[in-house]
Design a protein around this ligand. Structure first.
Ligand SMILES: [Zn+2]
Length: 294
């Protein structure tokens, strides 16, 4: 496709900037605001991507040509550095390694932006605390009936404000694996009961797929486990009493050797060893095990 002749004028209707938006979402909004078809806008931006593979979730530079970033900035009527503060791809110019996430509709509406906005999700993005809205996946239940979910996220964000994103990502992956095993096999009766209670409250509001509900109902404990994993890396030798306090249930003082949390913690270096986490943090070691026979 020939690159259109420079220079470009800004399109008549600008699109507002929304932090961490994907480039696909931004270009789609810009096209719609100006009644342009997507292929037309892509051509103006000198993007040769197959238009069928372009969606609002697109967040890479496939099909871009050298003048593309400058042309997007010109069409948007904003300097490139200003656009790059909102659109991570323009700041890094590398493919996204984070999952796309549909922004909270109440938050975007508050900025007078109608229609769908896609963001790059950070590891800690699961919900909108302000609007008590779950944001992961297609089914996005309201969390109004489960205030402890939003509270746990706020607490976790406060406690881990200084933890690097990649450490959060790893800890969350492992914690999800652990709580997933606890849920699937009913390892801890007190937790199972708590999760069943949440499931009842949530399902009353939104009958949805079990997988989605499972992530929601186990969320506070997933965050607690993640925080335990992060702290035990920083000061190894965590006590069972502390685990019980953080999780709010009587975690056994002598846990079953196959308990997934016990397993993860016992793989961490002892106090006298050099702490090498996260480089030795096993990647989502999904050792599916049977629960003890109690
Ligand atoms: Zn919101």
């Amino acid at each position: 496709m020939p690159v259109p002749a420079e220079p470009l004028r800004p399109l008549p209707v600008p699109a507002r900037l929304i932090a961490r938006e994907t480039i696909g979402s931004f270009l789609t909004r810009l096209a719609f605001a100006n009644s342009l078809r997507i292929p037309h806008l892509l051509a103006l931006a000198a993007i040769t991507t197959d238009q069928r593979s372009f969606t609002p979730a697109t967040d890479d530079t496939r099909g871009w040509t050298e003048p593309t970033p400058g042309r997007i900035a010109a069409l948007a009527g904003r300097p490139l550095p200003e656009l790059a503060t909102a659109i991570p791809l323009l700041a890094t110019m590398t493919p996204a390694d984070t999952a796309p996430l549909r922004a909270c509709g109440h938050c975007t509406a508050a900025k007078n932006v109608t229609g769908m906005v896609i963001l790059r999700a950070r590891a800690r993005d699961y919900l909108c605390a302000r609007h008590e809205q779950w944001l992961r996946g297609i089914h996005r239940p309201s969390l109004a009936a489960l205030p402890e979910i939003t509270d746990s996220q706020r607490r976790h964000d406060r406690r881990t404000a200084n933890v690097p994103d990649q450490d959060i990502t790893r800890a969350h992956q492992q914690a999800r694996d652990i709580t997933g095993q606890w849920l699937a096999s009913g390892w801890h009766p007190a937790l199972t009961e708590r999760w069943q209670d949440r499931h009842r409250r949530l399902a009353a509001m939104l009958p949805g797929p079990e997988a989605v509900l499972a992530d929601v109902i186990t969320h506070p404990e997933m965050l607690s486990v993640a925080h335990l994993l992060i702290s035990s890396h920083r000061s190894p030798g965590i006590r069972q009493r502390e685990i019980a306090a953080r999780l709010g249930f009587p975690y056994p003082s002598r846990p079953h050797p196959l308990d997934p949390l016990h397993n993860h913690l016992s793989q961490q270096p002892g106090p006298t060893q050099e702490a090498t986490w996260p480089s030795t943090f096993p990647a989502s070691s999904a050792t599916r095990t049977s629960p003890p026979a109690w």
